[in-house]
Design a protein around this ligand. Structure first.
Ligand code: A2P
Length: 192
């Protein structure tokens, strides 16, 4: 988003680099990324005022820790896959204690995806039990869980009704006893 000529945030999309000039993705195209020098370029962008904030995406606890050791401007955000069936507790705590905001993509487990166990999240019995008790949809409960964890959530929909449904998560909350039940949800990322 452009605000007064500045981009709101620029992120390193993946902590990987690819051989120059190759199109598409194959594991053999990967090269060792130089994150410190990439981050210095991001800091220059930040210093110039062209980006109001700089961040990362898909960084593990280890990669984020390594970056924080060399960063002059710490990343504002780490955008990662995160939802009730991929809760990432260690990364969550690490981001929280280091002041890095965790922003969750695939916050409903990517139900429209073609692979990965997490796309079954909306059918999970624990999530459905909680949804039924609260009179909300499983999607809304998954999004509300993310908000109550302190994340921001980035749900995608091309359907007007579901867009409205996904916005209706701000004036109610999951009570503590039901929130504790999320620990019973089987863990699987969209890649597993
Ligand atoms: P659609 O565009 O037909 O609504 P994620 O953001 O976790 O990656 O999930 C995106 C997928 O979830 C899309 O396939 C989207 O399909 C679907 N989706 C979005 N909102 C809802 C909802 N409230 N209930 C069920 N599926 C949803």
């Amino acid at each position: 988003m452009l605000l007064n000529g500045a981009v709101e945030i620029v992120k390193i999309h993946w902590p990987v680099s690819l051989k120059r000039g190759l199109i598409g993705f194959k594991p053999e195209y990967l090269t060792q990324p130089d994150i410190p020098s990439t981050w210095r370029a991001m800091e220059t962008l930040y210093d110039s005022g062209k980006a109001r904030a700089i961040g990362v995406s898909n960084f593990s606890t280890k990669k984020l820790g390594d970056l924080l050791k060399v960063a002059r401007v710490p990343p504002a955000v780490n955008q990662v896959e995160c939802h009730p069936s991929w809760q990432q507790p260690q990364l969550h705590s690490f981001c929280k204690s280091n002041g890095v905001h965790l922003s969750a993509y695939a916050p409903m487990g990517s139900p429209g995806g073609t692979s990965g166990k997490s796309r079954q999240l909306l059918k999970d019995p624990v999530l459905n039990m909680i949804a039924e008790k609260l009179g909300k949809s499983p999607a809304q409960v998954a999004l509300r869980w993310g908000l109550q964890m302190g994340h921001s959530v980035l749900p995608k929909s091309t359907n007007e009704g579901r867009l409205k449904e996904n916005f209706d998560v701000f004036d109610w909350s999951i009570p503590e006893d039901l929130f504790a039940k999320f620990s019973e949800i089987e863990q699987a990322s969209s890649l597993s």
